[in-house]
Design a protein around this ligand. Structure first.
Ligand SMILES: [Zn+2]
Length: 118
């Protein structure tokens, strides 16, 4: 034994509380979420009316992207369409009915696309 100092930082209780609920380990050993390559994804595109004025937005969903990649894609699509939009938790919304333009841009990136809804 070297030294008398015992550094009790972790109690078993707090270690258990910190365990990841998904993999049961601390530190977490879950694989980091990764974006699926465009070639392996089909982007679903639908048109939606929003709010009181019934403004049309084009919604892109069903993409498996990390939040950063989703933000980057949303930014690119907004630029390409020359309009505003918003990146939500699971979707990208672009103002206006931009379905054809968005499908074209997504296909250029390698995504397959499909139109859903109205
Ligand atoms: Zn985990």
């Amino acid at each position: 034994m070297r030294g008398k100092k015992r550094n009790v930082v972790y109690s078993t209780d707090s270690a258990a509380a910190k365990r990841c609920p998904r993999c049961g380990s601390y530190p977490c050993r879950c694989p980091k979420p990764k974006s699926v390559p465009p070639e392996q994804q089909t982007a679903a595109i639908r048109r939606e009316k929003k709010g009181r004025g019934g403004k049309t937005v084009t919604v892109i969903y069903d993409l498996q992207l990390t939040p950063d990649d989703r933000k980057a894609l949303g930014k690119l699509l907004k630029n390409k369409c020359g309009t505003g939009g918003a990146v939500k938790e699971d979707t990208i919304e672009i103002q206006g009915d931009q379905r054809d333009k968005i499908a074209e841009e997504l296909q250029k990136l390698g995504y397959k696309t499909k139109f859903t809804g109205g």
